[in-house]
Design a protein around this ligand. Sequence first.
Ligand SMILES: [Zn+2]
Length: 129
Amino acid sequence: MNEEKIDNCKNNIYDHLIAEEKNKHSVYCTKCPSKILPSTLGKHMNIEFNLPHMSQKKNCESIECELLSDYWMVPDMYMFDNIGFSKPIESGLKYLICADCEIGPIGWYDDKTKQSYVALSRVKHAEDS
Ligand SMILES: [Zn+2]
């Protein structure tokens, strides 16, 4: 896992979602109405991580990954409203999936630090209703 922070000088396309480094809006699943994370509980971080594409066929031989670098870091899994976990993938890592429809991965969970990382591009952001 590459946890090196990258300097990001260009304008961030997610700027409008971030207020004081936190998620301005609540985070929802893109495929179902499940609420994943309440507003302000995730901290925006630039970390490069190769996340497999969503909705891939199971038992596919080659896993295609996408290098994503914008994540909400959630320090405690109990801060989530709803979240699911995949089976462990490698030394203490699990993928995050929607607790209701199981779409994913939408991020990853590190068992060593107990921190979760939700990819901004894999979730929906909306005001609290
Ligand atoms: Zn869902």
